[in-house]
Design a protein around this ligand. Structure first.
Ligand SMILES: [Zn+2]
Length: 83
């Protein structure tokens, strides 16, 4: 597993509303199914990034992966599918 740290994270602006993410804000992370899954969410329009496995750990652990997924999604053109 790559050595990733919260301090190195940078997130692209939201592809839907242009919101500039704050990767240090816990409120921008959301968990699902008893924290089994986690994702980065837009703080303005609540667009959701792809889910990643949390390992039931703190968001600081899986956050970088969630942000990486968010960034990959950010390159897509908006389709209206915010899953
Ligand atoms: Zn947004």
């Amino acid at each position: 597993m790559a050595d990733i740290q919260v301090g190195k994270m940078t997130a692209r602006p939201c592809p839907f509303c242009g919101w500039e993410p704050d990767v240090y804000q816990p409120a921008n992370y959301e968990t699902d199914q008893g924290t089994k899954w986690g994702r980065f969410i837009c703080g303005r329009c609540l667009a959701k990034g792809p889910e990643v496995r949390t390992g039931y750990k703190d968001w600081r652990v899986w956050g970088p992966e969630a942000v990486a997924e968010w960034n990959s999604r950010s390159g897509d053109k908006p389709t209206g599918d915010t899953k």
